[in-house]
Design a protein around this ligand. Structure first.
Ligand code: ACO
Length: 305
């Protein structure tokens, strides 16, 4: 048994300097880069509401949340760098469509209720997916996930609190919340990835303890957790097949439109082109900052030498 296999079998962590199979390294870079890209692109749908938040308090919360997402992205790019990846190269791959980011961020945010629903449902799904990743076998990724999950938990609560407030408001506000829930529920279920029998990476990632649960297991856990929360809020989830199954001890639910997920992942979702174009412009606009930071670092090196 190699040192790598032994470390995995003992449920211990692989660290950056350790020997690892090329496939493990490339799988980790793929997942961490996609995760980082999702955090950075994920700033856009909600960021659009910062200038239109209905109060100073809501604006301050939203600003803090969007800044957290930037922090998560930077953290994760650093984790990818420990595996030998180059941040600039990862960004280029994203912009050129050679690396993915979460399907969920390709849907539009039509009203301020979407901000609440993204917090409740999207960040709720992110937590459900990412808490087990705190025990992921690659050390820097697992450790990054601990802080990220704590911040995601704040994001989820602010969303739920915002929706509770709106549900206590006018009939128009309640209708706005229900409409947002109707639009975001199914895309949130798709965040967990394709069904297990169509998930090419799962078996290997689970054997390497990168993933701790399958896509379908986590999706079920998310449905079970969300139904009582929807009841507490007073909204309905848009699924006629959703009902408690006492034999299974879980909620049964309908089948997401997997063709839609495939379309959105392959670049043909409602906002894919706009998201990437904005990311490309931000990268170009930030070039001078990166050049200035590099020049400053070179100057400091000379002073120290
Ligand atoms: N959106 C975009 N791409 C997806 C999605 C999705 N919702 N689900 C699966 N895919 C992609 C996979 O990345 C994979 O593509 P690739 O082989 O070209 O990389 C392909 O579809 C097949 O899926 P799986 O074999 O199931 O892939 P994997 O084992 O990597 O599981 C999952 C997918 C569950 C998303 C996993 O990568 C993961 O847990 N990632 C970390 C969490 C994350 O990235 N969250 C981002 C959104 S949360 C947030 O930022 C708030």
């Amino acid at each position: 048994m190699s040192d790598f296999e032994d470390t995995i079998a003992r449920d211990q962590r692989i660290e950056p300097g350790d020997a690892m199979p090329d496939g493990y390294r490339s799988t980790m870079i793929r997942q961490i880069a996609q995760h980082a890209h999702s955090e950075i692109i994920g700033m856009q749908p909600e960021g659009e509401w910062i200038t239109r938040a209905p109060s100073l308090r809501r604006k301050a919360i939203l600003l803090a949340k969007v800044q957290d997402e930037a922090g998560h992205g930077l953290y994760l790019y650093s984790a990818a760098e420990t595996l030998g990846a180059d941040r600039g190269d990862l960004t280029r791959r994203l912009i050129e469509g050679r690396q993915k980011y979460s399907s969920i961020f390709n849907y539009p945010t039509l009203t301020f209720a979407d901000v609440g629903v993204i917090g409740w449902l999207v960040d709720g799904a992110a937590i459900c997916n990412q808490v087990p990743l705190c025990r992921s076998s690659y050390g820097p990724y697992g450790r990054a996930m601990i802080r990220i999950c704590k911040e995601e938990s704040f994001h989820q609560r602010q969303g739920f609190e915002l929706l509770m407030t709106m549900m206590g408001g006018t009939p128009g506000q309640r209708a706005m919340v229900q409409d947002a829930v109707n639009r975001w529920w199914w895309p949130s279920l798709m965040m967990f990835g394709p069904p297990d029998d169509q998930s090419p990476n799962s078996a290997r990632s689970m054997a390497w303890k990168i993933k701790r649960h399958s896509n379908d297991e986590l999706r079920q856990r998310y449905v079970d957790m969300s139904v009582p929360q929807a009841e507490a809020l007073g909204v309905t989830l848009p699924d006629d097949e959703l009902r408690w199954n006492a034999d299974r001890g879980h909620y049964d639910f309908g089948t997401p439109d997997w063709a839609e997920l495939t379309r959105v992942i392959s670049g043909d979702g409602p906002c894919n082109a706009a998201r990437i174009e904005r990311r490309r412009r931000a990268d170009e606009d930030g070039a001078w900052v990166r050049e200035a930071a590099a020049a400053h670092a070179r100057k400091r090196e000379k002073v120290v030498a």
